[in-house]
Design a protein around this ligand. Structure first.
Ligand SMILES: CC(C)(COP(=O)(O)OP(=O)(O)OC[C@H]1O[C@@H](n2cnc3c(N)ncnc32)[C@H](O)[C@@H]1OP(=O)(O)O)[C@@H](O)C(=O)NCCC(=O)NCCS
Length: 223
């Protein structure tokens, strides 16, 4: 895939020139599983819908919902188009996670802000069949290294429902810092839900790539 340099829309805030879209990232989990992160494409429709359908019960308690009961779900083509528009503008990095050539989840960087903040948020899910293999922590690490190293962001934030033990394990393994409770923060599974905020800054990493940090924090000598 050809990468093109892109200067995002300046209407919201000035963006650094290193923003790249489309982007493709590859790497290995600490136990050697190969991952690819890439944009969602129109011909992913069947795989995407099948995976979401098969994992509906697994994802429902953690999926964002609309507070407007009259909202209709977007069609797949609209979703792909919206992702493209937002990514081209430098506001979002919407990626799918592939393992063994199969689409197994998503990792979505959103709320990308430049200027003096240079921060973003992360959302993610993986199929139940792939859970527990460090797929998502590795995907977050690969994207974090891209955002800190190439794009020039300074801070990455993840918000998690206090009940979501599996997602809390993800931020623990990556050494994100807890930043406290955000009451009624996001509309999830049909209601406004409290979230715990976690963040990682360039300073937290002390020059260590986030993927190396993950390997260290999940290795035999991990805390
Ligand atoms: C949260 C989630 C993304 C973690 O991804 P992952 O790639 O499985 O991450 P890990 O391999 O590090 O496992 C994280 C935790 O999942 C749990 N887990 C492990 N194996 C599991 C399995 N087979 N089935 C279910 N959960 C499992 C464990 O609590 C594990 O933590 P531990 O290693 O300290 O025991 C994934 O569980 C998921 O997609 N859940 C549904 C959607 C969701 O919660 N999204 C996040 C919203 S903030």
């Amino acid at each position: 895939m050809r990468l093109r340099r892109h200067r995002p829309s300046r209407r919201r805030s000035p963006a650094p020139p290193e923003w790249v879209w489309p982007v493709r990232l590859t790497g290995l989990t600490p136990v050697g599983v190969a991952l690819t992160l890439r944009p969602l494409a129109l011909d992913d429709e069947a795989a995407f819908q099948d995976t979401r359908r098969a994992n509906a019960d697994w994802l429902r308690p953690w999926d964002a919902t609309s507070p407007d009961p009259n909202d209709v779900p977007r069609r797949f083509a609209e979703l792909v188009r919206q992702y493209e528009t937002e990514a081209e503008a430098g506001r979002m990095l919407p990626l799918v996670i592939e393992v063994g050539g199969r689409l197994v989840g998503q990792l979505t960087i959103g709320t990308v802000v430049y200027g003096s903040f240079r921060s973003c948020t992360v959302g993610y899910w993986v199929s139940r069949s792939e859970a527990g293999r460090l797929v998502v922590p590795t995907a977050v690490a690969l994207v974090a290294d891209h955002l800190f190293g190439r794009v020039g962001l300074h801070r990455i934030e993840i918000n998690i429902r206090p009940e979501n033990v599996a997602s809390l394990a993800v931020v623990r393994k990556l050494g994100f810092r807890p930043e406290g409770l955000r009451p009624w923060y996001l509309h999830i599974d049909g209601a406004w839900r409290d979230h715990l905020a976690f963040a990682l800054t360039v300073e937290d990493c002390r020059g260590e790539p986030v993927l190396d940090r993950l390997v260290r924090m999940t290795g035999p000598a991990a805390p």
